[in-house]
Design a protein around this ligand. Structure first.
Ligand SMILES: Nc1ncnc2c1ncn2[C@@H]1O[C@H](COP(=O)(O)OP(=O)(O)OP(=O)(O)O)[C@@H](O)[C@H]1O
Ligand SMILES: [Mg+2]
Length: 225
């Protein structure tokens, strides 16, 4: 049997805001396996980012047990085993694109090959010719592709993308998703994409729905061609 990348048993997350408790994620149990392609859908505020941040080991559940059986122990998963694309642009404005993309490798001590691999990752998302530009010189779609390149450069086993095509027009969104799927084609990495875009949902094999913090269905769907 394949060992899961992520295993969640009754995992929930609540936040205290003033005197109020917000149940951002109600207790949920699930597994993520190598090669999975999952769209995480649900309205604004339904808990998509909360769930991704938990799976990225950026946050800690309030209840339940979250483990990464095939990846390793909490605290040692990023950067390296898990690549994360954030909802808001997270490029450092004073570094050029190659330097931004190389950062995860530098943090892991791979200084020798960092630049070359960063250039390859930028090529893979179609931005190789912009390697020495600064983030401020990019369009929104280009900046999101640089974020993808940075998430992929360390060849992670699990890629968590939080609305990587948010605020893009349909054609650009399709290019960004194409770049992501093409980069993963020959790998067994798992991909989870939080998105409001039904077209993205239709192109991934599974769709998970969140509603008011409740992960209420997992459907296997035929990917659209
Ligand atoms: N750090 C926090 N402190 C307090 N409340 C939070 C925190 N993070 C998230 N929440 C609340 O948890 C709920 C789920 O938020 P979350 O960001 O996960 O939703 P989302 O589905 O990603 O929404 P969007 O589509 O707008 O990005 C919301 O009610 C939000 O206000
Ligand atoms: Mg969100």
């Amino acid at each position: 049997m394949t060992t899961p990348l992520v295993e969640a048993v009754g995992v929930g997350r609540s936040f205290r805001l003033g005197g109020q408790v917000i149940e951002a994620l109600l207790p949920a149990s699930f597994e993520v396996f190598p090669g999975d392609r999952i769209a995480l859908m649900g309205p604004s505020g339904s808990g998509k980012s909360t769930l991704l941040h938990l799976m990225a080991d950026l946050d800690v559940p309030s209840t339940g047990r979250l483990t990464w059986p095939a990846l390793g122990a909490s605290g040692r998963l990023r950067p390296g085993r898990i690549g994360m694309v954030f909802q808001a642009s997270s490029l450092l404005p004073m570094l050029d694109l190659a330097e931004n993309v190389a950062l995860p490798l530098l943090l892991q001590g791979h200084t020798q090959e960092a630049r070359e691999r960063a250039l390859q990752a930028l090529d893979a998302v179609g931005l190789g010719s912009l390697a020495d530009k600064l983030p401020e010189e990019l369009s929104g779609g280009q900046a999101q592709r640089v974020g993808l390149a940075r998430a992929l450069v360390g060849r992670p086993k699990l890629i968590l993308a939080d609305e990587p095509t948010g605020q893009l027009d349909h054609a650009t969104a399709r290019h960004v998703l194409d770049a992501l799927l093409a980069a993963l084609e020959a790998t067994d990495a798992a991909l989870i994409v939080a998105t409001h875009d039904a077209e993205i949902g239709a192109r991934l094999r599974s769709v998970w729905y969140l509603s008011h913090g409740s992960l209420h269905s997992e459907l296997e769907v035929e990917p659209a061609t």
